[in-house]
Design a protein around this ligand. Structure first.
Ligand code: ACO
Length: 343
């Protein structure tokens, strides 16, 4: 496989027309808003540290009793409504999440039941913050081959329930929420998923992990006491590669779509850290004003961050039909990717 640093090698000689397109978008975020100042009472942190180091001012956290699939189903219903479609029109549900309702079955199974969808395949993608871009990539492939015609792709996370609320290096960063798109066949008018590129580098697997709860570290009292079942992150490790890899994946996706950053209208990047987005903006030579940003309001919602931001920008009219939008994300794995879309 071509290394992620060598974008030109992936440029096709002829750019194929898009096979799938976005028919509708939707999102759901919980009502409870927790400002940074509230976290000053929980861990040794300050509003100014969080704001200056990350760009986050608030996050929305799920209510007691609210589960991941509730948020996912709400976002999915809104995307279907925006597309003018019904659950019966779907022939696949893909959910990007690392914080599903249960270890087994998948979150998508719970979503399928809540939506009332019949017998269609429903499955999860575990690619952390890149889960939505991975989901769109897979849905695009199913539609391109004709194996599916209407796919609901959801990014959802309820990370607040799997964080260590005594660990200031993680608990201040994340928020809960869900976003969704419905994908269907392109119409031949140039609108649709122009390209997608996804990557994984397992050598950094320990940089961001929930170490216990799987076969490597089955849950024991000792591991629970050591909080090995909670999110653990070496932020600096991820920070360094995030800027480089998000830029290279975006360059790949742009080239594969036959576009340059000068032809871009918007970038919807994963909202993990405003400093990362800033750096990606300057490396791509694309102005920060044309990035859809909502990290201030929601924090890092992992796989949900791109579809939430996308839906907000579609609904408030910033993103217009026919415009080009670059989606890019990186998270645990590490896994990352980018997609070029003409809306
Ligand atoms: N409040 C106050 N001080 C803090 C806090 C806090 N909440 N957290 C850390 N600090 C301290 C540290 O202890 C350290 O103190 P020291 O210098 O005395 O040792 C100091 O602040 C600097 O810590 P760093 O870790 O170097 O801070 P950095 O500038 O790297 O910011 C951050 C940390 C925000 C995590 C950053 O590294 C980052 O954004 N990393 C990338 C995260 C990411 O993209 N993750 C992938 C997506 S998530 C997913 O996949 C689920």
């Amino acid at each position: 496989m071509t290394s992620s640093g060598d974008a030109t090698a992936l440029q096709p000689s002829k750019i194929p027309p898009p096979k799938s397109r976005i028919l509708g978008t939707g999102h759901y975020t919980p009502a409870r808003v927790v400002p940074n100042t509230e976290l000053e009472k929980v861990v040794e942190t300050t509003d100014s540290w969080i704001t200056e180091r990350t760009g986050i001012r608030r996050r929305h956290l799920a209510a007691d009793g609210e589960v991941t699939s509730d948020m996912a189903a709400a976002a999915g219903r809104r995307a279907l409504e925006a597309a003018g479609l019904n659950v019966a029109d779907l022939d696949m549900i893909i959910v990007g999440t690392i914080s599903g309702d249960t270890p087994v079955p998948s979150c998508a199974v719970h979503v399928q039941r809540k939506l009332g969808a019949d017998d269609i395949p429903a499955f999860d993608i575990s690619a952390a913050c890149a889960g939505f871009v991975y989901g769109v990539t897979i849905a695009d492939q199913f539609i391109a081959t004709g194996a599916a015609t209407c796919v609901l792709v959801i990014g959802v996370e309820l990370l607040s329930r799997i964080l260590d609320w005594q660990d200031r290096t993680t608990c201040v960063l994340f928020g809960d929420g869900a976003g969704a798109v419905v994908l269907g066949p392109a119409k031949g008018d140039g609108r649709g998923i122009l390209s997608t590129r996804i990557f994984t580098d397992g050598s950094l697997a320990e940089s961001l992990a929930i170490p216990a709860g799987g076969t490597a570290e089955p849950l024991t009292e000792e591991r629970l006491a050591a909080k090995r079942n909670k999110v653990q992150m070496i932020g600096q490790d991820i920070f360094r590669v995030a800027i480089k890899n998000l830029t290279s994946a975006s360059t790949h996706a742009l080239k594969a779509a036959g576009l340059t950053s000068a032809e871009l209208d918007w970038v919807v990047a994963h909202q993990a850290n405003l400093r990362i987005i800033n750096q990606v903006s300057s490396r791509l030579g694309f102005p920060l004003e044309r990035f859809i940003l909502n990290i201030e309001e929601y924090g890092n919602t992992s796989s949900a961050s791109i579809p939430i931001a996308l839906d907000e920008a579609v609904r408030d009219g910033r993103i217009q039909p026919g415009q080009t939008v670059l989606l890019c994300a990186l998270g645990a794995g590490i896994s990352w990717g980018a997609a070029m879309v003409r809306m």
